[in-house]
Design a protein around this ligand. Structure first.
Ligand code: CAA
Length: 265
């Protein structure tokens, strides 16, 4: 698959990793419908790549990850069009959240509105010490439309979510770390190296197992504990039908131990 034909998104394949960069620097990488449809398409294509183990999502330039949904595109929308626009963002967030691969948001600057929501759809949010987060939609007379009221509440708690979404306050990376919105903060120049290291640590593991962990943890958030535990037991059992389970355990038991060579089968 060639990823050269996209107007607003660049995809770089680096061994088992894909680095997806939103490229609308002049508009602080704002999410236009073109960006969203290209990203959703790319997310779908990446799912078909059997060698891929993790995806890093970032924004071009030093100033913004994504400064929100595109306000210039939204200004004249009718209610029906706005609902469709919101659904486009929702579909993109779902594509990331239900991807079999871990997605890591490398937040290199502003992550506001739809940008914060895009990061929230990822499995991990790592931020540069220059990053700024917020849900400023109320300042525009609207609300978060790409999942912010829900995913943010699940991540930082109901009260903190309401505070961010009702005040529209912007918070810096260290405060975002303190409230649990981000998982790690790195000096700006080290962000991509650190995110590559995390992705690399996951990439060496059994990909079917990694995918099951993601699915079970995500689905368990909206399932009863009993049902979620039953799902875990079922998945645990099913993984014993894979070549990777045989390989992983044989590599551990070999004398001397060797590194498992997982194939995703
Ligand atoms: N949509 C469209 N264009 C945007 C944009 C956005 N969300 N954010 C920034 N831009 C554009 C600006 O219009 C400007 O373009 P021009 O040079 O053509 O004027 C360019 O990017 C640079 O921005 P600024 O001049 O504003 O840069 P700054 O350094 O002074 O401020 C900022 C940076 C604080 C991030 C400011 O740009 C800002 O507040 N952006 C909007 C943030 C926002 O409200 N996001 C939420 C959008 S609504 C949403 O996302 C809804 C949803 O949930 C679905």
């Amino acid at each position: 698959m060639s990823y050269d034909s996209f107007e607003t998104v660049k995809v770089t394949i680096d061994g088992p990793l894909a680095i997806v960069t939103i490229q609308r620097e002049a508009a602080l990488n704002a999410l236009s419908s073109t960006v969203m449809s290209e990203l959703t398409h790319i997310a779908g294509e990446l799912e078909l790549s059997s060698d891929l183990r993790a995806v890093i999502l970032t924004g071009a330039g030093d100033k913004a990850f994504v400064a929100g949904a595109d306000i210039a595109e939204m200004v004249d929308l009718t209610p029906n069009q706005a609902r469709a626009f919101s659904a486009m963002g929702g579909a993109l967030a779902n594509a990331i959240e239900t991807s079999e691969r871990p997605w890591i948001a490398a937040v290199n600057g502003y992550a506001l509105g739809g940008g914060c929501e895009l990061a929230l759809a990822c499995d991990f949010i790592h931020a540069s010490d220059q990053a700024v987060f917020g849900q400023p939609e109320v300042k525009l007379g609207v609300i978060p439309g790409f999942g912010g009221t829900q995913r943010l509440a699940r991540r930082v708690g109901v009260a903190k979510c309401k505070e961010l979404c009702m005040t529209g306050d912007q918070i810096r990376a260290d405060e975002a770390l303190r409230i649990g919105l981000v998982d790690a903060v790195w000096p700006h120049a080290e962000l991509m190296t650190k995110v590559h290291e995390l992705a690399g640590r996951i990439a060496g593991n059994g990909p079917l197992a990694v995918a099951e962990v993601k699915r079970l943890v995500n689905e368990g958030q909206s399932t009863s504990l009993d049902a979620a535990l039953a799902l875990e037991q079922r998945s645990f059992g099913l993984l014993f039908g894979t070549t990777d389970q045989r390989e992983g355990m044989a590599a551990f038991l070999a004398k001397p131990k060797r590194k498992a060579q997982f194939k995703g089968q």
